[in-house]
Design a protein around this ligand. Structure first.
Ligand SMILES: [Zn+2]
Ligand SMILES: [Zn+2]
Length: 344
């Protein structure tokens, strides 16, 4: 069996896409970190991890912004996940990973991982909070004139927040024009234009051409959510090359849609609810999970006697959990951490 590195650099991906690949994600500290805590805590961890790597990103109202080279693309992903239930363990099976009985959170921690894993190969990133409740974080950012002026200098924003293995959400969503799609396809020849739902690119597209690319997750917002490891590692392996996209691209031409108007005279209630239209492009089951999540977050359950180890994701009895930099970790993971010389 080939190693992941040789597999993805050999160009065999398209030919052998159904083959099981060897991977080490189950032992990858960064991967574990991406799948263990809600966004507020996650932001703290990321800052610490980046600090260790010598990268000082700016926190702006819960978003993390790092812009160093305006000739290079900006990579973007969102920090929040639907559900916020990290208590169940990750289950690795064959070429997939999911969370036992709960939402995995690959939407969009897969995107965040892809960025952090390539931190030394890229020059700019924006990690946004609260995308799932209406791109709240990116909407805060674009209200800052200095921010929009700055992002407008860059060739493009590459959002990593799309299900599947080959979508470029782009022209159909007014994110960009064909020129940027073609530049992306030089790096990702198996990817093609698709129509997607809402993402942080909806905030950025007015100032800079954007694309939103598949990162290998499926059935997002549902307990069936899973990540196809092979497809995920493929896009992870391409980030460095995507960072090489240069030039001036056209902004997407914003199409105007005629949304049905809800007259107060004829109807007391709109036929389509906000939630339904917001998720209409997602896989089935999204509505019910979104509803459940909403209910849970409004009335959170009382805490249990177990703590989740932030590194392996397992729920561990409180008495067996140690504290590492104010975070809970099981003893096995703590040992691993102290053995490691660097985080990334
Ligand atoms: Zn989502
Ligand atoms: Zn998402």
């Amino acid at each position: 069996m080939k190693t992941v590195t040789s597999y993805y650099s050999s160009g065999d991906y398209a030919k052998e896409s159904t083959k099981e690949v060897e991977h080490h994600l189950d032992k990858d500290y960064l991967f574990r970190l991406c799948f263990t805590v809600p966004q507020e805590q996650f932001l703290e961890y990321i800052q610490e991890v980046l600090h260790q790597a010598g990268i000082d990103a700016s926190e702006i109202d819960g978003n993390l912004v790092y812009l160093t080279d305006s000739t290079k693309p900006i990579f973007s992903a969102h920090l929040d996940i639907v559900g916020n239930d990290f208590s169940n363990p990750l289950v690795f099976k064959g070429n997939t990973v999911k969370r036992q009985g709960a939402i995995l959170g690959a939407d969009d921690r897969a995107g965040v991982y892809a960025i952090l894993k390539n931190i030394h190969k890229i020059d700019n990133f924006i990690l946004c909070r609260d995308e799932e409740i209406g791109a709240v974080g990116s909407k805060v950012l674009i209200k800052i004139p200095e921010f929009t002026e700055q992002i407008a200098q860059h060739p493009c924003v590459i959002v990593l927040d799309r299900k599947g293995n080959s979508d470029i959400i782009s022209t159909n969503n007014s994110y960009c024009e064909k020129d940027l799609v073609e530049a992306v396809q030089i790096v990702l020849p198996n990817y093609s234009v698709a129509t997607g739902s809402f993402s942080d690119a909806n905030s950025f597209r007015e100032y800079v051409p954007c694309v939103n690319l598949s990162v290998g997750y499926y059935s997002a917002h549902s307990a069936n959510e899973y990540l196809n490891i092979e497809e995920f590692l493929y896009i992870v392996s391409k980030i460095g090359e995507l960072n090489g996209i240069e030039g001036e691209f056209e902004l997407g031409k914003i199409k105007t849609y005629n949304y049905p108007s809800y007259s107060t005279k004829t109807s007391s209630k709109p036929k389509t609810s906000y939630k339904k239209s917001y998720w209409e492009d997602d896989d089935s089951g999204a509505d019910s999970y979104y509803d459940k999540w909403w209910k849970d977050s409004v009335s959170p359950k009382s805490s249990t006697k177990t703590e989740v180890c932030v590194f392996c994701g397992k729920a561990v009895d409180k008495s067996l959990v140690a504290t590492y930099n104010k975070k809970h970790a099981c003893h096995d993971c703590l040992t691993d951490i102290f053995m490691q010389e660097s985080y990334l």
